[in-house]
Design a binder for this molecule. Structure first.
Ligand SMILES: Nc1ncnc2c1ncn2[C@@H]1O[C@H](COP(=O)(O)OP(=O)(O)OP(=O)(O)O)[C@@H](O)[C@H]1O
Ligand SMILES: [Mg+2]
Length: 266
């Protein structure tokens, strides 16, 4: 459930204004449902993007994760401006990007920008901060425990390549929403991208993999690892979808299943 920015407790708003100066306008973002607060906040000195959760929210640890990883993401993600933990809320403010959500459809001019973004991410050394590990996150979803060995690694991964997390301008794509930053095998983010290209972009699996191959790390991914990842991802989305498939999760289940099916034939 979203909370309107203006409805935050007075001490929280006061703490924000102590950083930003008087708030002129707070416009909620329509996309994104993980955060309880998500808004573009304008003041005389400019606009920032603020996201937040209540301090007792079960995913409030993701706020710290985003804050800790942010300094390592220069050039590929908006900079963190401040974090406030006050009166039962945990807020992060980022510099505001002008871009729009990436279009993942075939022939979209955003695809080379997203591939370049993943290439740049691959060049960032994994910071020495607490991160989830890919093989742990996938632990319940693989068909064989030994599949997990393929997912372990020392690379920094984003793992939520939803096109709403990729903001593009005329030349460049940026990656927001690092809540699920993870340590794992270098090629995995290109793998997460494949699922979204199929499910959100309408690509055929072979086409989506051709885009993934624009990311250097993908080209040395072990074929058996990719096949195991496609299957595990399909299992994961089936669990998320549960009994009643809404149209959004149905797209993800069907897309990941199509990829897993395709992998049986390569
Ligand atoms: N720095 C930024 N500048 C401009 N817009 C942003 C910025 N960060 C995020 N947004 C916009 O706000 C939306 C939600 O942000 P974000 O994904 O970080 O929040 P979330 O609540 O974790 O979302 P989700 O539920 O989609 O995971 C993004 O899809 C994007 O449209
Ligand atoms: Mg998001």
């Amino acid at each position: 459930m979203r909370t309107d920015f203006e409805d935050l407790p007075a001490p929280v708003l006061a703490a924000v204004e102590a950083r930003t100066g008087p708030i002129l306008k707070a416009e909620p973002v329509s996309q994104g449902f993980n955060s309880e607060i998500g808004a573009h906040v304008s003041t005389e000195s400019g606009t920032c993007f603020v996201k937040g959760l209540r301090a007792d929210h079960k995913r409030v640890w993701t706020q710290r994760r985003e804050a800790e990883v942010n300094p390592f993401l220069r050039g590929i993600a908006p900079a963190l401006l401040w974090r406030i933990e006050e009166a039962g809320w945990d807020l992060l403010a980022f510099e505001s990007l002008e871009g729009r959500h990436a279009d993942y459809s075939p022939d979209s001019p955003d695809l080379p920008k997203a591939a370049e973004l993943l290439r740049c991410l691959g060049e960032i050394g994994c910071p020495d901060i607490e991160l989830r590990r890919a093989e742990q996150r996938m632990g319940r979803y693989v068909n064989h425990a030994s599949d997990l060995d393929h997912f372990a690694g020392q690379s920094l991964l984003h793992t939520d390549l939803n096109n709403a997390n990729v903001l593009v301008d005329a030349t460049t794509a940026y990656l927001v929403d690092w809540a699920w930053a993870t340590r794992g095998a270098a090629w995995l983010d290109a793998g997460y991208w494949v699922v979204w290209l199929i499910a959100a972009g309408g690509h055929e699996p072979a086409e989506a993999e051709q885009w993934a191959a624009e990311v250097p790390a993908w080209r040395s991914a072990p074929a058996a690892g990719v096949t195991a990842f496609a299957q595990a991802t399909a299992n994961l989305w089936e669990e998320i979808a549960g009994e009643d498939w809404d149209p959004w999760t149905a797209r993800m289940v069907n897309g990941s299943r199509r990829w897993a099916e395709y992998r049986k034939s390569v």
